[in-house]
Design a protein around this ligand. Structure first.
Ligand code: NDP
Length: 500
């Protein structure tokens, strides 16, 4: 049954004032009638939707309009217990012993079903999370399906994946994911775990549970056996109940460094394995010999993609002093053309901030940036009257000690610093407690490689940024966490390796 057409936020599109004789865009709104959002949702345990024993629920809201979308069950400790027990039963009774080729068939079905329902899932992702439809449609959904395809391909080849070793599944895995890429993070977590023969209990973020709940339907359609994937919705307390559950063999967490640290403390001394994918403060280094126009696109993509709600966002621009003025001039002109507003409009480049709390965090760090002496600049931009928004912002006059250069803003805010020599660029790029990603822009391949070798970051992009691929490992050093997701490395995180 088609859903109801939901209203656009008032006052959109903003930021469309044309510059240099450019032209304004007519609205091109994706219809919401492909999605049916029910008034309320239960938990997904043992292959079916069940009511929460806790009796509690939370409201999930459209951040672009502040309109409530649905009531979603809030799992308590008893619900988490049931979910872990269902996952344990499914693991011991059939999933771990199923031949890899049979698990592969199931995962291929999930991948194809995600493609089949891609438009519906993309619209729902945008409604619940505020990201532009062109991103959920062209990035989140294709990549989520690609992860299932990729790991479906591994499921029957595990015996050849690790030379002279015999991989065995770990057991039951608790997985906690954030709100910035809700469905994609679910795919990153579930696909390798299942391919290796584990079963899972997944907790989506409180502000973005709806695509995980629609994924539950997809899993049913794909005939994933009951209990192999369980989804418990709720807030931080639910996440805490899950990760501290003694029935788990592994915890996989993506989110803030603070919560990651508390999980590591809670699991210290237990037999539960842990991987953490945490925050970042990536440097995007632009040398004076770079193709500047391409670099500008990479800088814009690096920090304004998904409103900057990206752990690997290029939130620090390190530009060589000799081209600083040129780069800043081109960057400001490019920012004039970014369209901020209705996430469902296919023209929109920068959508809504995911939650009021996140908007508060961004605003307070930006205020701190001004207080500490940074110069703040945004293009002229009329933001919608309702919803949570933040204009694309750049800070110049930033020093390495400023909070805006050290802390993860997780919003559309770029701190610009300069350097003179490659050695200085490397030293400044590495001057952070984080180590997740970095970008290098230079015409010379040897310079890109020289720099990449010296950067302490799990992923370094050369003359590009934010390129994510299921075959390629992703993960951090230092306070960005440990463990890798994607590719063979991502599979390694879900197996024990015995000797042949
Ligand atoms: P959190 O780390 O709190 O959220 C990530 C996930 O962990 C959510 O599902 C959350 O649930 C859950 N969670 C919260 N507390 C606990 C706990 N004690 N035990 C287990 N799970 C828990 O991030 P925030 O949403 O608070 O964002 C704060 C900051 O974190 C951002 O400004 C950003 O800097 C960073 N961040 C980084 C991400 C990354 O990908 N590296 C992703 C998200 C945030 P719930 O959301 O329901 O409370």
């Amino acid at each position: 049954m088609p859903g109801e057409e939901l209203e656009a936020p008032s006052g959109v599109l903003a930021g469309v004032e044309p510059v240099d004789g450019g032209f304004a865009y007519a609205p091109s709104r994706e219809s919401t009638d492909i999605v049916t959002i029910r008034p309320s949702y239960g938990l997904f345990i043992g292959g079916e939707e069940v009511e929460a024993r806790s009796g509690r629920s939370l409201t999930t809201t459209n951040p672009a309009t502040e309109e409530p979308l649905a009531e979603v069950a809030e799992a308590g400790p008893e619900d988490v217990d049931l979910a872990v027990a269902a996952a344990r039963d499914a693991y011991e009774q059939h999933w771990r012993d199923l031949p890899g080729r049979e698990r592969a068939k199931v995962l291929y079905r999930v991948a194809r079903q995600l493609q089949e329902r891609a438009r519906e899932l993309a619209v729902l992702e945008t409604l619940d999370g505020g990201k532009p439809i062109k991103e959920s449609r062209d990035i989140d959904l294709p990549l989520a399906a690609a992860h299932f395809f990729h790991y479906a391909g591994w499921a029957d080849k595990l015996d050849w994946a690790f030379a002279n070793r015999t991989p065995q599944p770990l057991g039951v895995v608790g997985q906690v994911i954030p709100w910035n890429f809700p469905l994609l993070m679910a795919a990153w977590k579930i696909a390798p775990a299942l391919a290796a023969g584990n079963t899972v209990v997944l907790k989506p973020a409180e502000t973005t549970p709806l695509t995980a709940l629609l994924l539950a339907e997809v899993l049913q359609e794909a005939e994933v056996p009951p209990g192999v994937v369980n989804i418990v919705t709720g807030g931080g307390a639910t996440g805490s109940a899950l990760v501290s559950h003694r029935g788990l063999d592994k915890v996989a967490f993506t989110g803030s460094t603070a919560v990651g640290r508390s999980i590591q403390e809670a699991l210290a001394g237990t037999r539960t394995r842990l991987t953490l994918e945490l925050g970042g403060k990536a440097a995007n280094i632009v040398y004076d010999d770079a193709a500047i126009d391409q670099a500008i696109e990479g800088v814009v993509n690096g920090i304004f993609f998904n409103q900057g709600h990206v752990c690997c966002a290029g939130s620090r621009l390190l530009v060589q002093e000799s081209v600083e003025e040129l780069v800043l001039d081109k960057l400001r002109r490019r920012l004039h053309t970014l369209r901020v507003g209705d996430p469902l409009d296919k023209n929109t480049d920068v959508g809504a901030i995911n939650s009021e709390a996140q908007l508060g965090r961004i605003t307070s760090l930006v205020d701190a940036g001004v207080e500490e002496g940074g110069q703040r600049w945004s293009p002229p931009c009329t933001l919608p009257e309702r919803g949570w928004w933040f204009p694309p912002t750049i800070f110049t006059g930033v020093s390495q000690t400023h909070r805006i250069a050290r802390e993860e803003v997780f919003g559309p805010v770029l701190a610009v610093l300069t350097f003179r020599t490659p050695e200085e660029a490397v030293a400044k790029a590495n001057n952070t407690p984080y180590g997740l990603s970095a970008g290098v822009w230079s015409e010379k391949g040897s310079k890109v490689l020289w720099t990449a070798e010296r950067l302490k970051a799990g992923v370094v992009w050369g003359n590009t940024f934010n390129k994510l691929d299921p075959t390629s490992p992703f993960g951090g050093f230092k306070e960005s966490g440990f463990g890798r997701e994607g590719g063979l490395h991502g599979l390694d995180a879900y197996v024990t390796l015995g000797r042949r």
